[in-house]
Design a binder for this molecule. Structure first.
Ligand code: UT7
Length: 329
């Protein structure tokens, strides 16, 4: 019997309308277009302005986009995996909120928390569910309202993040297509360098935590940068080597979009030419778990059936990894 593969058969995406550009940010805090562009590579980010709408709103729009494009219906979906750090509520899950908004009623639905590596972790899980033989149509979503946890008085983090959602449909196939291999790692030493200090069970919300602004992203940028550069570069090179892929065999490399300088380092280490690296950080900033599927959504028309694609991500935890896939259509 031939092996069951999990293949991406459709993509949907959504970004909110409002664009916060570097000029506007510079009027809010002591920063400049020049600093943000040269140090990070971001020009603008999309922000969901409505305070009463959460991540599930963005994700449901992305799922509706996918249904419209692929002609699939909510009834066919058997599993929803939502990778997010910014679920609407601590509970219930964002995945169940998305199911409610999109009319999906026949699916197991849950969230995963692997920060910016959430989407590749979701793909890993989705692939295992498909390969079990029990599930045939799975939505893997990366969705974030990062603006809800970004401190717009802190110039070291405010320019970095944006809001977005994107989703892929994962299906079973007996063809040699889809997710071929993955290498995913975790090292808990990273927690102290990148976290939200309050609002969880170790430090519940209180007047004091609010006063100390501990409900926003805390990041020690340089420490995270160093780990991101070495780990994303190494894991990308390793997955290529493990699968006997030279730089010429790779059609596309899709890195998590946190900093253009990190992306450049991954390019240098793998040798993959710049025109084969998908980059949209300039227009969206770091959308955490949404960044890789957002790149897939925007670049879908460039991909050809059988293209070798490497995805790579790094995020809080630390978590990081790479996925090798063959494009399915
Ligand atoms: O997505 C999950 C993982 N996250 C990442 O991968 C992010 C990794 N880290 C980074 O991308 C970078 O470290 C940052 C973009 C966060 C910061 O860039 P950096 O080159 O590491 O800057 P820095 O923190 O070393 O700061 C350099 C200088 C400092 O001033 P002094 O001490 O040299 O006078 C900062 O105070 O730049 C200053 N600075 C700014 N200046 C203008 C920091 N933020 C700003 C700002 N505008 N927004």
């Amino acid at each position: 019997m031939s092996k069951i593969h999990a293949v991406i058969t459709g993509v949907g995406g959504y970004v909110p309308d409002y664009i916060l550009n570097n000029q506007e940010l510079s009027s809010m805090m002591d920063t400049s277009d020049e600093w943000i562009t040269t140090r990070v590579g971001i020009k603008e980010r999309h922000i969901l302005k409505d305070k009463h709408l959460g991540t599930s709103f963005l994700a449901a729009k992305a799922v509706e986009d996918l249904f419209a494009k692929t002609q699939h219906t909510p009834d066919e979906i058997e599993l929803i995996i939502c990778a997010t750090t910014t679920a609407d509520h601590i509970f219930p899950s964002c995945a169940s909120m998305i199911a409610g908004k999109t009319g999906i009623k026949n699916a197991l639905a849950f969230d995963i928390q692997a920060a910016c590596s959430g989407f590749i972790t979701g793909l890993e899980l989705g692939t295992a569910f498909i390969q079990s033989g029990k599930y045939k149509k799975i939505l893997v979503i990366g969705a974030e309202k990062m603006s809800a946890i970004t401190d717009y008085t802190d110039r070291t983090t405010a320019p970095l993040f944006g809001d977005a959602a994107a989703v892929i449909l994962l299906e079973a196939t007996s063809e040699e297509l889809g997710i071929m291999d993955s290498l995913i790692h975790t090292d808990g030493i990273g927690a102290k360098h990148l976290q939200m200090k309050a609002g969880g069970s170790a430090n519940p919300t209180s007047a004091e935590t609010l006063e100390k602004r501990e409900h926003y992203i805390y990041q020690e940028g340089q420490a995270v940068f160093k780990h991101a550069v070495s780990n994303m570069s190494d894991v990308s090179a390793q997955i290529m080597e493990k699968n006997n892929l030279t730089k010429d065999d790779v059609a596309w490399l899709i890195p998590h979009q946190a900093n253009l300088r990190i992306i450049d380092a991954v390019a240098k280490r793998t040798g993959v030419e710049h025109d084969k690296i998908i980059i949209n950080i300039e227009r969206y900033g770091n959308t955490s778990a949404a960044s890789i599927p957002l790149c897939i959504w925007e670049s879908e028309s460039k991909f050809k059936k059988g293209d070798n694609i490497i995805l790579t991500a790094f995020g809080a935890g630390f978590t990081w990894g790479a996925v090798y896939l063959k494009w399915g259509y």
